[in-house]
Design a protein around this ligand. Structure first.
Ligand SMILES: Nc1ncnc2c1ncn2[C@@H]1O[C@H](COP(=O)(O)OP(=O)(O)OP(=O)(O)O)[C@@H](O)[C@H]1O
Ligand SMILES: [Mg+2]
Length: 250
């Protein structure tokens, strides 16, 4: 497991400046206008440091998913820059895109598992599509499954799992590339409160292992209880960025 989440620190000649470590994610003056004219993000500045756990909140339509999509280059900003580890995602092209996406583990509300593949195969698939040598896949999958506590369910199909287990499978799949960052878009949106807490606890544990976590959520109870950094969007703008609770906005 140490291996799974082994930190790849900066090379000595790239040591961070005295002002602090380089952000894992940085958005500088980012705006996103969709082709239909909808301005989903407006002049957003945001930096996430290594190892942070950050909630992204705001009413429906505020731009949370858009912001997350910009990070994996699912969308490009209309203006401004999105940097991952200091690299401008708009300048990444061709083979660089899958490489960028491997640095970010993505978790969605609806799990997005392949229904005809087992838990193990779902996690392995993430490595197979990127051409990982076969001999490395088995051990990496077992490590990811053990982080989420699913080794015993490895041979089951998603349809035979509880919702929480399905989400843990998705988290294992997100982890298997040993990402620097996990971004989760409403990961507890389809889960009951108790199971939601289990998923949050798991994300917190992964964060403690050194992975930066950015989680969009409407779950006010979780945000209020954890007292982590909360970035609030409203109509595409950051209206709050502080450690603390959830101001009910929707
Ligand atoms: N592909 C698209 N084309 C046009 N408009 C879009 C597109 N995707 C999102 N939007 C619009 O951009 C705005 C922000 O959407 P986004 O999905 O980022 O909000 P959100 O904060 O994630 O909302 P929710 O909490 O409901 O998930 C919304 O007004 C939405 O209708
Ligand atoms: Mg959304």
């Amino acid at each position: 497991m140490t291996n799974l989440l082994a930190r790849r620190g900066p090379r000595p000649e790239l040591a961070p400046p005295a002002a602090g470590p380089r952000p894992v994610i940085e958005l500088a003056g980012v705006s996103k206008v969709y082709p239909n004219g909808k301005a989903a993000l407006r002049d957003v500045d945001l930096a996430l440091g290594e190892g942070e756990f950050v909630f992204l909140v705001g009413p429906s339509g505020a731009g949370k998913s858009t912001l997350l999509r910009l990070l994996i280059r699912d969308e490009l900003p209309t203006s401004g820059q999105v940097l991952i580890d200091g690299q401008d995602v708009a300048r990444v092209s061709g083979r660089g895109v899958p490489r960028l996406r491997r640095r970010i583990g993505v978790v969605f509300q609806d799990f997005k598992l392949l229904p005809n593949r087992t838990v193990r195969e779902n996690v392995a698939f993430a490595l197979e599509v990127t051409g990982t040598p076969r001999r490395l896949i088995g051990p990496a999958v077992e490590r990811a499954l053990s982080v989420v506590g699913l080794n015993a369910q490895a041979r089951q199909l998603p349809s035979t799992l509880s919702g929480g287990e399905q989400q843990r499978t998705a988290i294992a799949r997100a982890l298997v590339h040993e990402p620097r960052l996990i971004m989760a878009d409403e990961p507890t949106g389809n889960l009951d409160p108790l199971i939601s807490w289990e998923i949050i606890q798991l994300l917190l544990r992964i964060n403690e292992l050194g992975v930066t976590v950015l989680m969009a959520t409407h779950n006010a109870d979780v945000v209020t209880a954890l007292r982590r950094r909360v970035v609030a969007l409203e109509e595409g703008r950051i209206v709050r960025d502080e450690v603390g609770g959830y101001h009910r906005e929707d």
